[in-house]
Write a protein that binds this ligand. Structure first.
Ligand code: NAD
Length: 295
């Protein structure tokens, strides 16, 4: 079992770190919000990130956006200066492929191996240890990381070279944003026409409109248990994080002249929803804006 430094223990990082503790690793956590660290029982809480990474052969980060990852690792006060050259850094945050490659190059300049390994599966997948990892890395780095990733996830895909994991993740999340908005529209349409949302969900799950949102993340309060909609849209995957991912997809589309018409519509919907004051709620709360609910 290895010493693992885990930086960023929010909605996703905390359950991922808990699974590493459960597997018997010596986990050292750091988060700028000290109370978040307390939710990883059995882990050592570090007062600074540099204390967590000292002597650790594995460093994992799970932060919100590109700028957080860049400021954590880069610059004179950056963490790369404190990480052993023999260590492997695994960044699981969803950030731009460009920012991911920038940090990986800076790490390589110091002889440190780094890979991007963004995840899919939500907070329930993180808790259950069933995440999907989309890895951008050299083969041998992935081979070193695999035993650790297998304790947090069940599907591990090698998307390609550093940055490729992020490219895969952005494509997936653009589709997820479209699918969540579309599923909310379909449910709201049915309910406005007299249907019960649970009955309609059951029908669509077994029909051609069936999808991951209906199966695992029903946005209508009262239809499914254990999802953010059952808890006033608390926790889960924040609206502002989805908006960030849709923005990254737009940037990637502009760089490659790709057509992402529906992705753009979804980005605008989530931007409106965030401006209406719902940025910190789970992204399935987009139902409120689609229904024009102001509460
Ligand atoms: P979150 O906001 O709940 O957690 C992020 C954590 O990072 C917070 O605890 C925050 O305090 C901490 N943090 C920020 N800057 C830091 C720093 N410099 N040093 C240490 N800690 C720092 O976000 P989340 O929902 O856990 O998402 C994390 C990443 O995973 C995001 O990129 C998100 O897009 C992605 N993601 C989220 C989900 C989901 O369902 N929530 C699913 C897949 C991927």
């Amino acid at each position: 079992m290895a010493k693992v430094a885990f930086i960023g223990v929010g909605n996703m990082g905390a359950p991922m770190a808990r699974n590493l503790v459960k597997a018997g690793h010596e986990v050292h956590v750091f988060d700028i919000v000290a109370t978040n660290m307390q939710s990883v029982q059995g882990a050592h809480m570090a007062e600074q990130a540099q204390f967590a990474v000292a002597g650790a052969p594995f460093v994992i980060s799970m932060l919100p956006e590109s700028r957080h990852v860049q400021s954590l690792y880069l610059g004179e006060k950056g963490l790369l200066a404190h990480i052993a050259p023999t260590a492997l850094v695994i960044d699981c945050s969803t950030i731009s492929a460009q920012a991911s490659r920038e940090v990986a190059h800076a790490a390589a300049d110091r002889g440190i191996a780094m890979m991007d390994a963004p995840v899919s599966g939500g907070t329930n997948g993180a808790a259950a240890g069933t995440l999907t990892f989309m890895v951008g890395a050299q083969e041998e780095h992935l081979a070193r990381a695999r035993p650790l990733l297998e304790q947090m996830g069940k599907n591990i895909f090698h998307a390609g070279a550093p940055g490729a994991g992020q490219a895969a993740k952005l494509a997936n999340n653009m589709l997820l944003g479209i699918m969540m908005a579309g599923t909310c529209e379909a449910l709201a349409l049915g309910v406005a026409n007299g249907l019960d949302p649970k009955v309609l969900s059951d029908i669509m799950k077994q029909s051609s409109g069936g999808n991951w949102v209906l199966e695992r993340y029903n946005p209508w309060p009262g239809v499914a248990q254990g999802v953010p909609a059952a808890n006033h849209y608390a926790g889960g995957f924040g609206v502002d994080l989805m908006l960030k991912d849709l923005g990254l997809a737009t940037e990637a589309a502009m760089a490659s002249k790709s057509v992402t018409t529906l992705g753009e519509v979804a980005r605008n919907l989530f931007a409106l929803h965030s401006r209406l004051g719902h940025g910190k709620l789970d992204f399935s709360s987009i139902l409120k804006t689609i229904q024009n609910h102001t509460d």
